[in-house]
Design a protein around this ligand. Sequence first.
Ligand SMILES: Nc1nc2c(ncn2[C@@H]2O[C@H](COP(=O)(O)OP(=O)(O)OP(=O)(O)O)[C@@H](O)[C@H]2O)c(=O)[nH]1
Ligand SMILES: [Zn+2]
Length: 337
Amino acid sequence: MSRRHDSRSDEDDIRVRPSRRGSRPRTRTRPTHSDAVPGLVVAVDRGRMTVRVDGPDGVVDVTSMRARELGKHGVVVGDSVRVVGDTTGRTDSLARIVAIEERTTSLRRTADDTDPTERVVVANADLLVIVTAVTDPEPALGFLDRCLVAAYAGGLEPLLCLTKTDLGSPQPLLDRYAGLGLDAVHMSRETTLDPLIDRLADRMSVFVGQSGVGKSTLVNRLVPDAFRATGDVSKIGKGRHTSSSAVLFDLPDGGMVIDTPGIRSFGLAHVTADDVLSAFDEIAEAAVDCPPLCGHTADDPDCALDAWAAAGPPARRQQLAGLRVLLAAVGQVGPGY
Ligand SMILES: Nc1nc2c(ncn2[C@@H]2O[C@H](COP(=O)(O)OP(=O)(O)OP(=O)(O)O)[C@@H](O)[C@H]2O)c(=O)[nH]1
Ligand SMILES: [Zn+2]
């Protein structure tokens, strides 16, 4: 019998708005257990969570289940939780998650653009590392646009990670997003990963990328075998067949990386143009003069952003052009874009 299941079931399909970044996380579900200990969800597989807990003898990974009292609230990788029960992490021990802290960010997606159910893929990540090859395969521009939208809408900082620079120039991709002030690193198998490692230090980063872009090659270089204590490592590099949508690793030089081998698309049915705008303070401010429900595209005749761009330095026009590239992805309906 096939053990495969829908990868989406390891994501949280309950709508939870991210709080503004930097706000202090509050416990979203009231802890009823005074003996509950804090932990970090590092893997989710078929309703079982691996929760990393700081025990008396060091850090232990505790297999846990959701307590019934959490109701429908899902648990995803990156969630800060509280657990009770057997938190020793011994073989066959099982703990219960009784509380989930409010999320500071949430990377969300829908299965496709017509599916209204949004799912949280990863909670509390700081950085979304969007991996793409400069060629072979050709960059999937729609996918990249969508990843950026998901990052801005979810409160994550995006980083463009361009691979296979031994085969082509990163410039066309850098030009596409020039107006957005996007941070980017480029590399190949032969070059150092130091610029990337610098950006990953002391943060929680999520890696996304389509098949063949060199993401496994990159993760394997970043995370040597000795550090792969967490999650089901055997699934790395076999993305499409994995049952888990996110797996967390520690980096040797600090920081945590979450790979998303099961995720190849980002449906955006849950995202509005204003969700994207809210990541750009100056533009969001200028858009208060827009008519209600303005889509802020070049086809929206009364969009105030055109006047805003015309009235300022050329950088504004570049910024608006970059923003509109992303808004086109929000407006696009139908799978496969
Ligand atoms: N020329 C070149 N090829 C690379 C580079 N990085 C990876 N590759 C090759 O690109 C192919 C895909 O690399 P993977 O790391 O498996 O890509 P992936 O994104 O993990 O794709 P999946 O395995 O399908 O998930 C492999 O044949 C790699 O050897 C690079 O920097 N330069
Ligand atoms: Zn507008």
